[in-house]
Design a binder for this molecule. Structure first.
Ligand code: HEC
Length: 157
């Protein structure tokens, strides 16, 4: 099998298999298993391709709407053109809805702490993620539209 095809299949297995990364893994390990292949192991992203999460997640999580948005991204993925850090990006993040509410909460809490946020944040809870999950599936392009709305409203930076 060609290396590129093998890599693509591995990625597909990782994002689609619910059990990947062990059931009660530490948040940093969950991040490595679920997010790092795109957002990079240091969560600094890749310019023009994958957004930086270190620092950004903590900043976005300053408001309840920002916190909802973060859960929305992980549950629905994200697809389309976004404005970010003075430039634009047009990428595709798959839905990671197969993850448990508690795993999503743990990863977001872990990311929010990576660079000191302006104010101390309460940890994300499984109940908080479950409430966003209960809103139903909206699809990645609606998440992009919601992001634009929140930026215009100065809710997220
Ligand atoms: C296959 C690659 C990939 C994986 C895996 C992935 N992402 Fe993403 N993520 C992206 C891309 C690409 C975007 C930007 C989408 C766009 O341009 O519309 C994005 C956007 C985001 C955003 C929005 C950032 C902002 O500035 O609004 C957050 C938050 C995020 N991802 C968190 C995560 C978390 C947490 C995980 C793991 C649970 C994860 N991502 C897994 C590719 C990925």
């Amino acid at each position: 099998m060609k290396p590129a095809i093998k890599a693509a299949l591995t990625l597909l297995a990782m994002v689609s298999h619910p059990g990947f990364g062990a059931a009660s893994a530490a948040p940093a390990d969950l991040y490595k298993a679920r997010c790092a292949m795109c957002h990079q192991s240091n969560a600094q992203g890749l310019a023009g391709t994958y957004p930086r999460l270190a620092g950004r997640v903590g900043a976005i999580a300053q408001s309840p709407e920002g916190r909802r948005y973060l859960a929305l991204v992980v549950l629905n993925g994200m697809y389309g053109k976004i404005e970010i850090e003075g430039g634009t990006m047009s990428g595709m993040m798959p839905t990671l809805r197969v993850m448990k509410d508690s795993e999503i909460a743990d990863i977001l809490t872990h990311l929010a702490k990576l660079q000191a946020p302006a104010k101390k944040l309460a940890p994300f809870t499984a109940a908080e993620v479950a409430a966003v999950r209960a809103e139903g599936t909206i699809g990645g392009s609606k998440v992009v539209a919601e992001r634009a709305r929140l930026i215009a409203a100065k809710v997220i930076p």
